[in-house]
Design a protein around this ligand. Sequence first.
Ligand code: PMV
Length: 333
Amino acid sequence: MAIRVMAPANIAFVKYWGRADHDLFLPTNSSISMTVSGCSTTAFVTFPTDAKSDKIIKRSISGLVTVLSQEDRKSRALYAQIQRIRNLSGQKGFVTVDATNNFLSDAGLASSASSFCAITGALLIAFGLRGIFDDKKEFSRYVRLAGSGSAVRSVYGGFVEWHKGHSCNTSVAEQLADEHHWRLVDLIAIVQTEKKKHSSSFGHEVAKTSPFFEQRVSLVSDRVVGVRQSILNKDFTQLGELIESDSDCMHQVMRTSNPSLNYWNDGTHKVMQKVFALRNKGVEAYYTIDAGANVHVLCQTNDMLSVHRALKQLDVVSSVVVNGPAQGAKIVT
Ligand code: PMV
């Protein structure tokens, strides 16, 4: 039986937006995230004897089954990843990769982070490269080349920094603290279930056209230091203020790029207003939003029930996904 690899998604506290090198998927800035427990992808690889080409099958929670096209831009890097890992192993033979998400795909919930990480892990195992899979830093180097930068951070559990680096060797992930360090809660208020309008790959390409791009890059190194510190010191107020402001900055860059990318909808605004209202009432909650309309609301365990209730009461919220910090990519039976 094929060995399966499970990789969780992650929520970025300091976002990766824009690439220094598009071919090598090197980011313009370092980023930090929490690996989350409620959203994951499980992938496995088989070697069908009659296969004439490689195939990647993606299964969504709604039951939708898609075969990724080799022509599609984002999938191209994934197919190239199969070739890269096969060459490295010295083996031959086409593969079928089967990846199943346990959450909404393409809605800005980092489904590419979990799926690209799980697929790379499953390929390494299937091609007998267990040594790379077990050496997490090395594993993160390979994940990056699959095409989703955020996937690099899903290699590790807990709280993770992706050092931007300046080459394939130096652009790697590192664990800041494991999943037991701090029981933060990430509640995702779902306000959109359809596919997002613009892929993040496209967003990374046009990011530099924003007049605010360089400004964000110059601010982000201090934010990385601040977020790292607040995680290590478990300072929730400092963390919350920093993550909210980084999310706002990234969305400002998105909206002012050419073309303008606006991922939000009315529901996004209503959830943000609710977060402000909660804070005014003394409930500490902060939002952060990736490339999509859905809103991640961070709080501490003692406030989880009241925040959850407040989000559920909003008519724009169809459901709330509850996440805590999780383990990174691993082999599952
Ligand atoms: O990994 P990508 O190429 O899907 O880009 C992810 C971009 C954001 O989710 C918006 C930010 C991040 O750091 O996760």
